[in-house]
Design a protein around this ligand. Sequence first.
Ligand code: LLP
Length: 415
Amino acid sequence: MHSFRHRRGVLHCEDVSLVELAERYDTPLYVYSLATLERHYRVFDEAFSGVPHIICFAVKANPCLAILDILARKGAGADIVSGGELFRALRAGMDPSKIVYSGVGKRPEEMAQAVESSILMFNIESFQELDALNEVAGRMKSRARVALRVNPDVDPRTHPYVATGLRMSKFGIRHDSAVEGYERARSHENIDVVGIDCHIGSQLTELGPFVDAVRRLRELVLDLRGRGFEIRYLDVGGGLGITYDVEDPPSPAEYGEAIRKELDLEDITLILEPGRNLVGNAGILLTRVLYTKETETKSFAIVDAGMNDLLRPSLYDAYHAIVPVRDEERPVRRMDVVGPICESGDFLAQEREIPELRPGDLVAVMSAGAYGFSMASTYNSRPLAAEVLVSDSDASLVRERGTYEDLLRGERTSG
Ligand code: LLP
C-alpha cells in the first residue's frame, strides 16, 4: 500500500504533484509520504496488539530525523547499530528505554554513550564484545542490560548479502554456544541479562524461516529460564519483506500471527526491529532524464540520479519499478535507466520494458524509502539529494540538498 498515484495524468504523492516538487526542489529528490508511513506503522503495531511488544525501528533503513520524529511520536523505539544512530534517535526524541543496540563492531566509546543514555539493552554479538561491555560499564560504575544475539542457523532464502542468520555469517553467537555465553554474562559484575535476540536477514518473503528461528529461540528461553536466567525480552529482529516487483510477502498481520503462535511464553515482551516494512514503500526517488542514447544493442535513458543516490540496483541487482511521472501514450521500449556516475555498474534499471523515456521526462524510482538515502554517498563529488516529506497537500523540505561547500567540509590542504 502506498500513496503514489497518477491523477489527471500526473503522478502525485498524496495530494502533491511530483512535477511541482521537481520544480520547487529540483532533482534528484527523495519524496516520502506521511500517510503511507503512518499506515504501515499502525498495521505493524496492530499485528501484535494484545501482546506486550516494542517496535524498535531499524534506523539504518531510513535515519531521516523527520521520519524518526514521526515514529517516536507514534510510540516507536529504535534498533541502532552505531553511536551516530543513537545520536539521531535521541535527537528525534526517542525514548532510550525503547532503544536496542545491535551490530558486531561496537566501539568502547559507543558502548559508553549508550550506557550513559540508559538504553533498554545491548544485543551482544560475541564473547569479546560481552567482556568489553562489562569493562566499559564497570569503568562508568554502571551496569549494562544485555540480550545475546543468537544465530539460529536458518536459511532466510533471501539475497546472500542480506542473509544474516546462517552458521557462516559474521553475526550473532552460535546457537550451541548460547548457554555458555549466558553463563559468561552472569559471571560479569556489570552486566544484567534481560533478553535474547536474533535477526536472520532482510527482505524475507516467506514465514517459514521466521517461524523456525522463533521456535529455536523459544526453546532456548525455556532452557535459560530453567537455569535461572530472567529472560524478559525476546527480540525477533526485522526482515519482513515488501513488494518491489512481483514478490508477495506475508502481511504484517500474518507475520504477527505466526510469531505469536510460537510464543506461548509467560512474562515476555516481544521486540520487533522492522525497517524496510515501515518505510520502503513510503518513499520514492524522483529523477529527471537528461539524455537518451542508442547503441547497437541498447537504449539508454541517462538520468540525474546515480548509484551514489540509490545503490541497491548496483549492489544487489535489486529491482525498483520505474514510473514515468506523466502518464502519456508512448511506445513501450526496452531501456536501461542509468546514472551519471563513471561506472558501468551505475544503473537504476536494466533491460526494462517501459514507456519510452525522452530528455526532460521525470521518473519516479519506486520503493526507495528504505536503504535509499541511507546508503547514499557523494561519490563522484555529487552533493547528497534533498528529502521532502508530504502530508496531504503540504510538502516540507526535511533535508536540504547538499552543497559544494558541504563536499569540502572538514578538508584542508596539507600546507
Ligand atoms: N535488525 C538488524 C539487527 C538488522 O541488521 C537489520 C537490517 C534490521 C533489523 C532491519 O531489517 P529490515 O526489516 O529492514 O529488513 N541494505 C540492504 C538491507 C540491509 C539490511 C541490514 N540489516 C538493502 O538495501 O536491501
